[in-house]
Design a protein around this ligand. Structure first.
Ligand code: PRP
Length: 179
């Protein structure tokens, strides 16, 4: 289906303010430690970079990539690891950083996968939580925004690989609106 950019759901200023708050909260919770942010490519790349800079501690970052089979606006539920971390997380305070949780299947898979590597602690920070879409229970430690079940792009999120470069989070709508 053809789609076009619609209204802004969350502006760049709102994102920036919330990312600052999240970084401060993580800074308080991890006082005296050096958290390792694990960003989940590709969607969380932009958020991870901003969040790391908002944390007032000596922090580190690494990335892994997963893919849920199939294209389109819904994840299929089948998760595949396509690129692994460069660093060992053994004994580290790890915070998984995701752009969006939908069904919860991706993060559930990642949590299980990373837990087997013996981190000192394992937490989850997500920018956008589509709570109403949840199929798998997930404990989220830090949430940016709870959003409705709408397809959003921008700030790292894409549709068919595009729009990740938008500074705001916008709703993607059908190109032809019936009246
Ligand atoms: C998105 C998002 C999560 C996943 C969430 O990734 O980044 O990883 O979907 O969906 P779930 O909770 O239903 O599993 P996407 O497949 O769009 O890949 P991308 O990050 O490379 O854009």
């Amino acid at each position: 289906m053809d789609r076009r950019l619609g209204r802004i759901l969350i502006s760049r200023d709102e994102i920036s303010a919330r990312v600052t708050e999240l970084g401060e909260a993580i800074g308080r919770d991890y006082q005296g430690r050096s958290p390792l942010l694990v960003g989940v490519l590709k969607g969380a790349l932009v958020f991870t970079a901003d969040l790391l800079r908002a944390i007032p501690l000596p922090g580190a970052m690494d990335f892994m990539a997963v893919s849920s089979y199939g294209a389109g606006t819904r994840s299929s539920g089948v998760v595949r690891l396509t690129a692994d971390l460069a660093l060992s997380i053994e004994g580290r305070d790890v915070i998984i950083v995701e752009d969006v949780i939908d069904s919860g299947r991706t993060i559930s898979y990642l949590r299980r996968n990373l837990a087997t590597r013996h981190p000192r602690s394992l937490a989850l920070c997500v920018l956008l939580d589509k709570v109403s879409r949840r199929e798998v229970d997930v404990d989220v430690d830090y949430v940016g925004f709870v959003i409705p079940d709408e397809f959003v792009v921008g700030y790292g999120l894409d549709f068919d690989g595009l729009h990740r470069n938008l500074a705001d989070l916008a709703v993607l709508e059908p190109a032809t609106v019936q009246v």
